[in-house]
Design a protein around this ligand. Structure first.
Ligand SMILES: Cc1cc2nc3c(=O)[nH]c(=O)nc-3n(C[C@H](O)[C@H](O)[C@H](O)COP(=O)(O)O)c2cc1C
Length: 244
């Protein structure tokens, strides 16, 4: 259709990398693309930490639940929501900085939009990427390792590097299940889940030579039938975020 849409449609997460560093001009292009993402009221409430130090990558891999590809990839980016800079800017003018759940959300969304621009830029240069939410398993240790100030937190990491595997792309929900005309249609959601369960059953079966016989909704159930990462709210409050 066009080269941008081609890159977007070809996306698949890469979990095995060749140990090759990225040239500086590619890192610049990826970060400049990240910075051009839309940002709420131009607040740009995020900071990106690029990690190439092998010891730090090894430690981050461990903190993220032993995800070895963090160590292998050429560049590991940590996207941080950042209200610290906004507080500093407000105080420059002698005012008190006010924050709440809304500003937390703004910073988290800003970091995420920048990250997805970085992902697409990296993929357009031929690199593979993988988001790493696993760093929120131990967010306090990650924050200490990266010397993050109060009012910042690591939202997720992202491996960027030269792929050492060629996985097929993962099927998505049927379009009618996620795109509704003019109003939310719950029936389409129900039907879409049923259809997607069939698709994913086949996908897992094929990928594992018949060993994994599960569905998408079963995976969701396993994840959401118990609370996840209950440490996040106290962690965020400890970093100075006011979730009120
Ligand atoms: C915020 C976020 C966090 C993620 N965290 C991890 C992670 O810690 N480890 C991992 O292997 N994949 C992680 N992923 C990748 C997803 O599993 C993957 O995007 C999803 O299964 C769809 O597959 P695809 O990217 O290959 O299309 C994460 C993705 C996102 C968006």
């Amino acid at each position: 259709m066009n080269p941008t849409i081609e890159v977007l449609r070809k996306h698949r997460s890469i979990r095995k990398y060749q140990p090759i560093a990225l040239p500086e001009e590619h890192i610049d292009a990826i970060i400049e693309s990240a910075q051009m993402a839309s940002t709420s009221s131009n607040v740009q409430a995020y900071t990106i930490i690029g990690v190439t130090d092998p010891a730090k990558k090894q430690e981050l891999a461990r903190l993220a639940g032993n995800q070895a590809y963090i160590e292998q990839c050429g560049l590991f980016l940590v996207f941080c929501a950042d209200l610290h800079r906004l507080k500093e800017a407000t105080e420059l003018h002698g005012e008190t900085f006010h924050q709440n759940t809304e500003s937390f959300l703004v910073a988290t969304v800003d970091a995420t939009l920048a990250a997805q621009n970085a992902a697409v830029a990296a993929e357009s240069l031929g690199y593979g990427i993988c988001y790493i939410g696993g760093i929120r398993n131990n967010p306090q240790d990650v924050s200490v390792l990266l010397q993050l100030p109060q009012l910042t937190y690591p939202v997720f990491g992202m491996c960027v590097g030269v792929p050492d595997q060629e996985p097929s792309s993962r099927p998505r929900l049927p379009r009618h299940a996620v795109y509704h005309s003019d109003a939310y249609d719950k029936e389409k959601v129900t039907l879409g889940t049923q259809q997607y369960d069939d698709t994913m059953h086949e996908y897992y079966k094929e990928r594992t030579n018949g060993k994994t016989l599960t569905t998408w909704s079963k995976g969701i159930t396993d994840k959401y039938a118990k609370p996840g990462r209950g440490h996040i709210r106290p962690f965020l409050e400890g970093r100075g975020f006011r979730l009120e």
